[in-house]
Design a protein around this ligand. Structure first.
Ligand SMILES: *Cc1c(COP(=O)(O)O)cnc(C)c1O
Length: 457
């Protein structure tokens, strides 16, 4: 029997990492570079700096520095909500009757309600340090917009958030909270940008998509005065910032002589799972341990499980660099569903490469009714109302724990509980009232979107 593990492992402040861990430095086979869409040559710092803040563009391109110092003011901010707790899911284990030991890293303990704040703070910090006058961004489910509005309030930076219209209408309080933090919020597509107007003309009734909101935010940044665009997921820099999730989780487990056999994360753009698995992936690459990694995504937006590994634009308006990633095609419009933060057409190039090379062992696509069943089960026994996105990881954890029940194996499972679902009550109520449906795109629909992939190779 290992040491007696408490319900909550709350590490003291000195355990907040002083450096982010850059998994790319350890990847034996590096991911293909971002490409400039007009020359099809690898994107350079010069290509990226009109859109991104310079320090962040450097991080984006850096695939050799293993550890990157976290500036002191960011460490200070992190102290307000970190280290986040690592929780032993004793109640869920009991409910499932499993011999498995289940741990989750809970990132919802801040007002924005998700892990997004981990990257919002450095992005706002570097923008301020560079003397930028404003930032623009997009948000799907609203967590990123909220986290960034918090960060921009802290650094006194004006911010405009383009929020996917469907989600904007479904979650009216997101607007209020973003405005409370002083940012401006615009439902997308909007008539405030050229690309928004073009998309509205083509699809007048669209409820929007992340790819489209990104295009609007980029256009506004590029045309603004000393303004830049920031993104809450997908990019290498975001995965880098999120590595603090994994670093803290590893330190907390070590304190109790634990090491995960299985690590599970939900995957939208890939940032939380990238950060959670990073230090464990290092062990796998180094050959010292062999944890099994599972990425879970919605069946309605199945980029890893049914997408193509190809160069694609990161946005619908085709203004961003090309990234090699698992993608459904940048023109893919996911059906309206409730897994808001997991509705992106592509996937982090880092996660895509790790999955392509078999280092992430498995991806699963799951229907939303199954996800909400797990969410409700978890809420009732663990007492935390999970974000629908996070519930994808819960779903797979329950599956794995039930397998252990059959085989009698005492596996240690770690999953990322990325956030809380207080703004998702419309979705919860449609699940509880049994009006929620499942939508899975057909092969034909996917083929249509694949046809529009840029011809690069
Ligand atoms: C944004 C979000 C996700 C998905 O984004 P990743 O970049 O894949 O981590 C998952 N959970 C929550 C709560 C989110 O806000």
């Amino acid at each position: 029997m290992s040491k007696n593990v408490p319900y909550r492992i709350n590490l003291p402040e000195e355990y907040i990492p002083k450096q982010w861990y850059n998994i790319r430095a350890d990847m034996k086979d590096k991911q293909p570079p971002l490409l400039n869409p007009s020359t099809l040559k690898p994107a350079t710092l010069y290509d990226l700096t009109p859109v991104f803040c310079t320090e962040l563009a450097k991080q984006e391109l850096d695939d050799t520095t293993r550890y990157i110092d976290i500036p002191e003011p960011i460490c200070e901010f992190y102290k307000m909500c970190r280290p986040s707790p690592l929780i032993r899911a004793y109640c869920l284990e009991k409910e499932l009757g499993t011999p498995a030991k289940i741990y989750y890293k809970f990132e919802g303990n801040n007002t924005s309600g998700s892990h997004k704040l981990n990257s919002a703070i450095p992005q706002a910090y570097y923008a301020k340090a560079q003397g930028l006058k404003s930032l623009t961004t997009e948000t799907g489910a609203g967590q990123w917009g909220t986290a960034l509005s918090m960060a921009c309030a802290y650094y006194d930076l004006p911010l405009t958030v383009y929020m996917v219209k469907g989600s904007y209408l479904q979650k009216p309080f997101r607007k209020n909270i973003i405005e409370t933090f002083g940012a401006k919020i615009v439902p997308s597509p909007s008539d405030t940008t050229k690309v928004g107007r073009a998309i509205l003309e083509k699809f007048p009734n669209t409820t929007g998509s992340l790819g489209c909101a990104i295009s609007e935010a980029v256009e506004t940044a590029v045309e603004g005065d000393n303004s830049r665009y920031v993104l809450g997921s997908v990019l290498n820099q975001v995965v880098l910032h999120q590595s603090i999730i994994g670093l803290e989780a590893k330190a907390a487990l070590e304190m109790y002589d634990e090491y995960p056999d299985i690590v599970i994360g939900c995957a939208g753009g890939g940032s939380n799972i990238g950060g959670l698995i990073a230090p464990f992936m290092k062990d796998k690459i180094d050959g010292t341990k062999n944890p099994y990694f599972i990425a879970v995504e919605p069946a309605s937006c199945p980029s890893l499980t049914r997408g193509k590994y190809a160069y694609d634009f990161c946005d619908t308006g085709k203004v961003t660099p090309l990234a090699k990633m698992y993608t459904l095609g940048c023109e893919f419009q996911p059906a309206s569903n409730h897994a808001g933060g997991l509705r992106y057409h592509g996937m982090s190039p880092i996660i895509s490469k790790l999955y392509h090379d078999g280092l992430i062992d498995e991806a699963r696509g799951v229907e939303q009714t199954a996800i909400f069943k797990s969410a409700v089960q978890f809420a009732r026994c663990e007492g935390i109302l999970p974000a629908p996105e996070s519930a994808h990881a819960i779903w797979a954890t329950v599956e794995e724990a039930l397998k252990c029940k059959e085989t009698g194996e005492e596996k240690t499972i770690l999953f990322g509980l990325t956030g809380t679902g207080y703004f998702d009550m419309t979705a919860y109520s449609s699940f509880l009232e049994q009006t929620m449906g499942d939508y899975i795109p057909t092969d034909e629909e996917l083929e249509e979107a694949f046809k529009l992939l840029p011809q690069v190779e």
